[in-house]
Design a protein around this ligand. Sequence first.
Ligand code: SF4
Length: 368
Amino acid sequence: DLFQELKFRDPARARALAAALQHNVDAIGREVSVMHVCGSHEQAIARFGLRAVLPAGLNLIMGPGCPVCVTDGPEVDEAVALAMQGVRVCTYGDMLRLRGTAKSLADAHADGGKVEVVYSVAQAIELAQKSPGEEVVFFASGFETTAVATAAVALARPPPNFSILSVHKYVPAAMEIVAESKETNIEGYVAAGHAAIITGWEIFEPFARRTGAPVVVAGFEPLDILAALVKLTELMKEKRAEVANVYPRCVTKEGNRAAQASLWKVFRTTTGKWRGIAEVPGGNLDLTPAFAHVDARRRFAIDTRPVRDEGAEEEAKGCICGSIMLGLATPNDCALFGKTCVPESPVGACMVSSEGQCRIWHTYGGVP
Ligand code: SF4
């Protein structure tokens, strides 16, 4: 059984899965597009050159799977304003060079603002404990998986000088936007295994029923992804809008109920703008009123006027990140890719983050 006990990088199994995939796509008999929504999946696909073994009729597209890339300019402005107001802003390294409407946190640091890179929210808590006379804000980015760690800290009585500026995002809401788009023609989805460890695979059932597109939950090894594509094309071939889980070693139907309880105690979904994409109903995770005491937006009067550019375009001239994240273009379609836009001097958000598609393709190559 190809879906059982995968030896994750075994060439013989890879060949068998590629043949099964070809068989399914041949049986469908026309070109089809499927989407994954995860930077880690794209890293594995590009790093192992998986697109090279896909059938010609199968387009594997990355959707809005990079939480840094979709953090909106005005959200970055809030963190920059806080840093310039004398608050110590801690964040993950990927967020440092992400531009707001005018400045990034790296710019704020160069201008004398207090900015600290941390590897975890726990490290931000340590900083707050070490400096009790100073306000420390954790600029919290990432999808629901990362939000669980932020929620755990909020629930564990953090020090009184610690608070959270949440720009956490909720992936299922973005899948709805892609599915509703008339321009994309996505017929099936590969869902991220790490998020599904928390949410369980059943969370995708209403989506599959409503959109008519099957969803397969996948792990991050090359054979996990190939197995997911085989299963997905099988469901598409049989016109079954169902959810399948080819990552059973980690993901269950119901997920981690304790983590879900923590997440929804601390956060609630709200409508928020995703950079380059749209207003996403239910796409942002804000702190609930019960956690107002750790909510930086309630604790501080954040004045972004001195750091924002009212007339700023959402994307830099020539940057097509929004189209890339919606699956309408690839980095190869951008005239700046690898020329004026490189990881050392990124023009757009998709080149800033290690989970952005432009950055990944620049590192590993994209379509051979
Ligand atoms: Fe934007 Fe750079 Fe990607 Fe082009 S290569 S879409 S400029 S991030």
